[in-house]
Design a protein around this ligand. Structure first.
Ligand SMILES: Cc1ncc(COP(=O)(O)O)c(C=O)c1O
Length: 527
């Protein structure tokens, strides 16, 4: 049998697992679910599950409420962790020669994808074969244990009911553009960041573009930024005809080196755009002092740092303007593109709102040029569900980072790798957990062959990108980082065991790559 990722237990299988005569099916299912197979119960079968499970207890109750509470108790105490698979209206529409519930189950199973089977003890269903498998087949399932770079599936499991509820609410009220969820989300983002204004937009890239437009950045202007970041940071500056002026990064945090900013300021400088890389804020106080001295606007590229703290403040509330991304892989991610701008200034916030909606100050009255940069209502609905667990998830990321630090400490001390440095006045959201290694291509290749996914954020300084090339620029620390950084799997659901496996694999790969000790204690945070 090919790899199975989802098992739906039908009512007969649920009763079998909950009943007294279970053999080892319950244990098998527990083991499979621990190894990453999702176990589902189908909501359309709920009355049948209740009937069959409660029949196991006394079997004589005709009161559904009573049967229901008995069944709930049994499900709680006997079942492996399961999720409820929703019934969609389409499940009940396809009627062929099969009975309606069997057909609905088959339709729902198909929705989960081809790696799905329905476990049953119902002989009629067993006989159909195909999707339906019996206990014996469950016992012979092979599990492929995978290490994920990020784990949105486990997060979805934790949030399934609120995600479904929120998305369905939008389907029903029908305000797909600028619906009520946008205002609610903006309010919550303001509360969480401490910013005076928050404006939901279509992506992190649009957030940067809109913030630069609100700062009146245009042709001939210069914007000081980091060369060691995602392309969008400088792309948006260049899109407006302005010139990104790259200032090298600090070799420990990879954020813009504040000691080098002032010498880059000229009469054409309009703004400073620091990037809070990997989830750690740039040195915003020093940057704000310089900006005030030279009358510049500060735009924090906080695409990776929403939720991070800096001294007494929080990312996105530390400068005139800030921009974040809700790209799915970000610590707070939507199910598509989304982002937000933030401002501490009423006038700037008004401009942000106008620019995201074609420069309108009222319907069909355009007071400036803008873009269609609005956030989709459905994405706001997804983000509202995710915000409920976001702070807990950041704490879990911080715990995972602390575990990595312990696991990697010895090798870091030997100088075989460098671990991330978070300054004492910062907390990171750990958008990435990024180490530095020598012989990175070999290390990455060996880890990939061993089943451990890694990523490189980012392989090239932006002034070397063909579309943004500035051949006279040389930022030594940025180039060095681009050659050495390696991001390890990072998400709130990482376990001790998996992290140990990742660390061992990294050590073996470093050994096999023939790398020599090259990193100083200072590069490992011993300042
Ligand atoms: C530092 C940085 N800036 C800007 C962006 C752009 O955000 P988005 O992908 O939402 O447009 C990203 C996203 O990857 C980023 O990491």
């Amino acid at each position: 049998m090919d790899t199975v990722r989802n098992l739906i237990l039908d009512a007969s299988a649920v009763a079998r697992v909950c009943g007294p005569d279970i053999g080892d099916l319950r244990t098998t299912l527990f083991n499979l679910s621990t190894a990453g197979i999702e176990v589902w119960l189908y909501t359309a079968e709920y009355p049948e599950i209740v009937r069959q499970v409660s029949a196991l207890m006394r079997g004589d109750s005709s009161c559904f409420d009573e049967m229901q509470s008995q069944a709930q108790e049994l499900l709680k105490s006997n079942m492996p962790p399961f999720q409820w698979l929703s019934t969609l209206s389409g499940d009940l529409e396809k009627i062929d020669h099969t009975d309606l519930l069997t057909q609905a189950l088959m339709t729902a199973a198909a929705r989960l994808g081809s790696h799905t089977r329905v476990v049953t003890t119902d002989l009629k269903r067993v006989k159909r074969g195909g999707l339906f498998i019996d206990e014996e087949a469950v016992r012979s399932l092979k599990v492929e244990r995978k290490v994920n770079f990020i784990d949105l599936a486990t997060q979805q499991k934790c949030l399934r009911s609120s995600l479904e509820e929120n998305i369905h609410r939008v389907l029903h009220h029908g305000s797909y553009v600028m619906g009520p969820e946008i205002t609610e989300l903006e309010h919550r983002l303001m509360q969480m960041s401490g910013a005076a204004h928050s404006v939901g937009v279509a992506s992190g890239t649009d957030a940067l573009l809109i913030a630069l437009m609100a700062s009146d950045v245009g042709p001939g202007d210069e914007v000081i930024t980091s060369p060691f970041t995602f392309f969008a940071t400088a792309e948006t500056i260049a899109l407006l005809g302005a010139v990104p002026i790259y200032v090298d990064v600090d070799p420990f945090t990879f954020n813009i080196d504040v000691n080098r900013i002032e010498s880059a300021i000229t009469a054409r400088t309009k703004a400073i755009m620091p990037v809070s890389l990997y989830g750690q804020c740039a040195e915003m106080d020093e940057i704000n002092v310089l900006a005030n001295k030279h009358s510049l606007i500060v735009i924090e590229d906080a695409a990776q740092s929403f939720g991070a703290t800096y001294k007494e403040g929080r990312s996105c509330a530390l400068s005139h303007l800030a921009c974040t991304s809700f790209f799915p892989a970000k610590p707070l991610g939507a199910y598509g593109d989304a982002g937000a701008c933030f401002s501490q200034d009423d006038e700037l916030a008004k401009k942000l709102r106008q620019i995201r909606d074609h420069g309108q100050d009222g319907r069909y009255h355009h007071v400036r040029l803008g873009i269609n940069g609005r956030l989709d209502t459905i994405q706001a609905a997804v983000l509202l569900a995710k915000l409920d667990i976001f702070e807990g998830e950041v704490v879990s990321r911080q715990r995972a980072a602390a575990r990595y630090e312990t696991l990697l400490a010895d090798k870091a001390q030997e100088g075989l790798l460098a671990i991330p440095v978070v300054l004492s006045h910062n907390t990171s959201t750990w958008a990435q957990y990024t180490v530095r290694v020598k012989n990175r291509p070999t290390v990455q290749q060996l880890m990939s062959e061993a089943g451990i996914p890694t990523a490189v954020h980012y392989p090239t300084s932006l002034y070397r990108q063909p579309a943004l090339e500035q051949s006279t620029v040389e930022c030594e620390q940025s180039d060095r980082a681009a050659n050495e950084v390696l991001s390890l799997p990072m998400h709130p659901y990482l376990t001790d065991e998996i992290q140990q496996q990742i660390a061992e694999c990294l050590f073996e790969a470093i050994d096999a790559s023939g790398a020599c000790p090259s990193f100083s204690p200072k590069e490992n945070g011993v300042l």
